[in-house]
Design a protein around this ligand. Structure first.
Ligand SMILES: C=CC1=C(C)c2cc3[nH]c(cc4nc(cc5[nH]c(cc1n2)c(C)c5CCC(=O)O)C(CCC(=O)O)=C4C)c(C)c3C=C
Ligand code: FE2
Ligand code: FE2
Length: 365
């Protein structure tokens, strides 16, 4: 860098032509009217259902200080000395069990969402490129932004696919886009969608998918809404996640026309020794069985795509726990994935956020 800068101290006549070009700028040239870039970002997932691939993914995920807020010098030895030695091997068969033709369900569904939203928006006359990206693992946010810039995108909307805002999920996506921008001289314009926990399209799509299932198969005694958990201290430090979840749960219950006693809310996927949001999902399922509830339908409104936390933890482990405790039937109702009503709702949210940018004018609206 020093040597490259040095030529600017030299008299101008010694500089190679063109003297005014910026020799440091490795950014691709941008076409002024390139398409609008949209990143649909989800958490991330291993590249393969094998222990080494899971270890790589977890190492990146769990060393993010937004996710584990224990001081580094205490946490990193635990992570590398214990968690990354045991957990990958334990998870490998569980990932293998849910693996799909095109890869991990989380990635496959997020890619389908991106392709479908792109189709809808182009059909409405917008000039957009919509891509799926993962906060950890692949395809990375950095690679995805670089690829879209090569196609001429100079404006990016980032949509973290978490309906409820949390620093451990949403904020770290926004941090990462900022980190990518920090490496660029000619920065693109950036916008972000913070949350959509009570968006009428999102709530409507959830309600529609649940109601259609019930219309075809009948309704269980209880609907359990299970959200991903979070350490309690995150909430005490000001994270709005818990409030967001409760607002989603209420909006969904009202949209379904259910009474309060027909619905339970719980929090799953506890990780580590700290106290997390309560009630925990598995003890709730057991308690319901103990109280004589024999049938329960479980929905996970915080997951816009099915993944190990829903397909494995709820649909398999949760079901086993409920049946063992005396329950007769647990049905897991799938995540929104590429449900058409959800794709429309997501496209509407994206389109609203893109307003005012060149190429965002719609034929349909
Ligand atoms: C939906 C929102 C999510 C929040 C909030 C969240 C917080 C959070 N998660 C962990 C630890 C783990 N999560 C894991 C998987 C996982 N988590 C989410 C979503 C949220 N996490 C998704 C969509 C997934 C699925 C990934 C997939 O590959 O399918 C895992 C990995 C699996 C496992 O080891 O059990 C861990 C670990 C923490 C610590 C945290 C908040 C602080
Ligand atoms: Fe998680
Ligand atoms: Fe889990």
């Amino acid at each position: 860098m020093f040597l490259r800068n040095f030529k600017y101290l030299w008299p101008e006549r010694f500089l190679p032509e063109p003297a005014w070009a910026d020799p440091f700028d490795t950014d691709p040239p941008l076409t002024p009217d390139g398409p609008l870039g949209v990143l649909l970002v989800n958490l991330g997932t291993p590249d393969e259902p094998t222990a080494p691939a899971i270890r790589r993914y977890l190492a990146e995920f769990l060393s993010d200080p937004r996710v584990i807020e224990i001081p580094r010098y205490l946490w990193l030895p635990i992570l590398h000395g214990m968690v990354l030695r045991r957990r990958p091997a334990r998870l490998a068969p569980r990932y293998a069990d849910i693996w799909m033709e095109g890869g991990s369900p989380l990635l496959v569904y997020t890619q389908r969402q991106a392709a479908a939203v792109q189709d809808v928006l182009r059909g409405r006359g917008l000039s957009v490129r919509v891509e799926a990206a993962m906060r950890y693992g692949n395809p990375s946010i950095a690679d995805t932004i670089a690829a879209l810039r090569r196609e001429g995108c100079d404006r990016f909307l980032t949509v973290p696919l978490y309906p409820q805002y949390s620093a451990s999920t949403t904020a770290t996506v926004i941090d990462q886009v900022g980190r990518v921008a920090a490496t660029l001289r000619n920065q693109p314009e950036l916008r972000f969608l913070k949350r959509f926990h009570v968006d009428p399209g999102y709530i409507g799509a959830l309600a529609h998918s649940i109601q259609s299932y019930w219309d075809a198969n009948g309704r269980a005694q209880k609907l359990l809404m299970s959200f991903h958990g979070l350490p309690r201290y995150s909430i005490e430090l000001g994270d709005p996640y818990y409030r967001d979840c409760l607002q989603t749960a209420r909006a969904l219950r009202e949209r379904l026309g259910l009474r309060e006693d027909e619905v339970e809310v719980s929090f799953q996927s506890r990780f580590g020794a700290a106290r997390w949001l309560e009630p925990y999902t598995e003890p709730t399922l057991k308690e319901l069985a103990r109280l004589g509830v024999t049938e329960v339908d479980v929905v996970c409104p915080g997951f816009t795509a099915d993944c190990i936390e829903t397909l494995e933890e709820i649909a398999q482990e949760g079901r086993d726990a409920f049946l063992e405790a005396g329950g007769k039937r647990l049905r897991y109702l799938p995540a929104l994935n590429d449900d058409p009503a959800w794709i429309t709702a997501l496209s509407d949210m994206v389109q609203t956020q893109l307003q005012g940018w060149p190429g965002s004018a719609s034929r349909a609206l």
